[in-house]
Design a protein around this ligand. Structure first.
Ligand code: C5P
Length: 215
């Protein structure tokens, strides 16, 4: 973080609402937003597309270094198989180092940035001006994902989604390098029984307080 840049770090497990919250915050303050999950997804997709293995760290690192942050497309990268492959390559330290370097460069853009992911407050931007840890129970997160799929007119199996959410949590929280956990100085937002709008209001008052203190 430079003196001119105000960085907001948002971490949490899959489907906790951090993407929606991050985009709202970035819009509100006119800050640049990076969904860092997309960088892991883009690396995984490039490996899959090229027919390369998902378990070769040197190959995955090389591909990770070629990821262009400007070209990340949420619609293309949101596929379930890509998320699954992303969480497999995200356990590799060399892949993480490559992507974290790019994420840190992004975080210094003026006038401010919002980065969301799993390790932003703990590893990528430990000096962020404000940190949030957004969570919700696995049941609530699985239900949200299920409703979202049904809302698109598609069919889904709730139990399979629930199992998937739990498996992804285990992998993200249990890995040795940069496991998902709240930073000591993160504000906790549990959206199990709170709408994303209410979470946004809560986040906004915290950010406004820090901004006015820094002014
Ligand atoms: O958030 P999203 O589901 O798009 O992330 C895909 C995967 O990328 C996650 O399951 C996680 O393993 C990994 N990831 C990570 N660190 C981040 C962002 C995502 O390890 N900062």
């Amino acid at each position: 973080m430079t003196n001119e840049t105000f960085t907001i770090a948002i971490d949490g497990p899959a489907a906790a609402g951090k993407g929606t919250l991050s985009r709202r915050i970035a819009d509100q303050y006119g800050f640049h937003h990076l969904d860092t999950g997309l960088t892991y997804r883009a690396t995984a997709k490039a490996l899959l597309d090229a027919g390369l293995p998902l378990d070769d760290e040197a190959v995955a690192e090389k591909i990770a270094r070629e990821v262009e942050l400007a070209g990340l497309d949420r619609d293309i990268l949101s596929k379930h198989e890509i998320g699954e492959a992303a969480s497999r390559i995200a356990v590799m330290p060399a892949v993480r180092r490559a992507l974290v370097e790019a994420q840190r460069r992004f975080s210094t853009k003026a006038p401010g940035t919002v980065l969301d992911g799993r390790d932003i407050g703990t590893v990528v931007c430990p000096n962020a001006a404000v940190k949030f840890y957004v969570t919700a129970s696995p049941e609530v997160r699985a239900r949200r994902r299920y409703d979202e799929i049904l809302g698109k007119g598609l069919t889904a199996d709730f139990d399979a989604i629930f199992e998937d959410v739990k498996r992804r949590d285990e992998r993200d929280m249990g890995r040795a390098d940069s496991p998902l956990k709240p930073a000591d100085d993160a504000h906790l937002l549990d959206t199990s029984e709170m709408s994303i709008e209410a979470a946004f209001q809560a986040a906004q008052s915290i950010i406004d307080a820090v901004l006015s203190r820094n002014a």
